[in-house]
Ligand binder design. Structure first.
Ligand code: NAD
Length: 337
């Protein structure tokens, strides 16, 4: 089947081509570097299937154009589906499939990487030694052992993250609207309500999806409930966090460390090269100017293992639909809470 694949980089093409070849090349993949949105949707004209990623914009207008142009299937190369209007897709008769799990280890391990980077100031230490400066002033860290780590969202990624932190000897607190037996099974882990998690945790890591109910979960009010000097880690979705409130929290020293792999307005920035240009997002520039902030550009998923799994599931999802089989990974209705 002909598939228009949006937001592709060389690594996407490499892994999708490999997965397609391994399945005896059932699909004709046409790659576009550009994002899908209202302006670029005409590129998908005549393609029964399109394939998109986290920062594409499949809003109602774009979906209408897709349906009019003959698209019937939208294959997401990711787990989250906040970039697509699922209600509109259903009304237009467009099927949507996703990759519900690829490597939860990739994201959980990246969250741990951010914690170690911030706590032991590895970014500064690396640059200092490269500069032939072997002093330790300003690099003082703290032991993770005996620290209290709060995990908001204890699904696949949150639970693996908690298991790793348990290995460091941390005390684990979890908050979730649907408690998970695997999290409960971790030695010493316990569920608490959100205010208790905020008040008790030295490190808070976000692993819940972006939903109307979780939008700006981290805001001025929730930040005020946190321990002074708390470390805030977000590898989930940027809009879980009110960035301006985080900046105020850093300035007041309520927040001591920030490690973000996602950013509220990342669509404008991430996956692009602005090294020769001007970044006009003042909030982002201010956030990254603080010494106790580390930002990576939505790379937590970016391992060989995860890209292989994403590509294989995507090719299998498209084949299932083409062959009229049951769609195990169909996204049906966007939750409202
Ligand atoms: P999952 O569905 O297994 O777990 C999500 C958990 O969040 C569930 O247990 C759910 O009950 C819980 N939850 C839902 N609403 C909540 C709320 N209001 N408060 C607290 N918890 C709530 O998902 P997962 O595979 O663990 O992925 C988690 C998130 O990680 C995804 O939604 C996605 O946004 C993000 N993610 C990021 C990357 C990256 O590269 N940075 C890659 C993959 C996934």
């Amino acid at each position: 089947m002909k598939v228009a694949v949006f937001s592709t980089r060389s690594y996407d093409r490499q892994f999708l081509d490999l997965a397609n070849q391994a399945a005896n090349s059932p699909h004709e993949l046409e790659y576009f570097e550009t994002k899908l949105n209202e302006q670029t949707v005409s590129l998908a004209s005549g393609f029964p299937c399109i394939c998109i990623f986290v920062n594409d914009i499949a809003d109602e207008t774009t979906l209408k154009s897709l349906a009019e142009q003959g698209t019937q299937l939208i294959a997401l190369r990711c787990a989250g589906y906040n970039m697509i209007d699922i209600q509109a897709a259903a009304q237009l008769g467009l099927k949507v499939v996703r990759v519900p799990a690829y490597s939860p280890y990739a994201v959980a391990e990246h969250a741990v990487g951010l914690i170690l980077m911030l706590n032991r100031k590895l970014n500064k230490a690396y640059n200092r030694v490269r500069d032939d400066n072997f002093t330790l002033d300003g690099l003082l860290g703290f032991d993770l052992h005996n620290s209290t780590v709060g995990v908001i969202g204890t699904g696949k990624i949150g639970t693996i993250f908690a298991q790793i932190m348990q290995g460091f000897g941390c005390h684990l607190l979890g908050y979730d609207v649907y408690p998970n037996e695997d999290f409960k099974g971790i030695e010493g882990a316990k569920y608490v309500d959100l205010p208790e998690l905020l008040a008790q945790s030295d490190i808070i890591s976000l692993h819940c999806p972006l939903l109307p109910s979780t939008h700006h979960l981290i805001n001025q009010e929730t930040i005020e409930q946190m321990k002074p000097g708390v470390m805030l880690i977000n590898t989930s979705r940027g809009q879980l966090v009110n960035t301006r409130a985080v900046i105020d929290g850093i300035k007041s020293r309520r927040i001591g460390y920030v490690g973000f792999d996602v950013y509220e307005e990342e669509e404008e920035l991430f996956f692009e090269d602005y090294s020769d240009g001007i970044i006009k997002d003042d909030t982002f520039q201010l956030l990254q100017s603080f010494q106790n902030v580390v930002i990576t550009a939505h790379q937590a998923f970016f391992t060989k293992n995860a890209l292989t799994a994403i590509a294989e599931t995507t090719i299998a999802n498209i084949s299932s639909w083409e062959e009229g089989n049951m769609l195990n990974n169909e996204v049906k209705i966007a939750p409202t809470s």
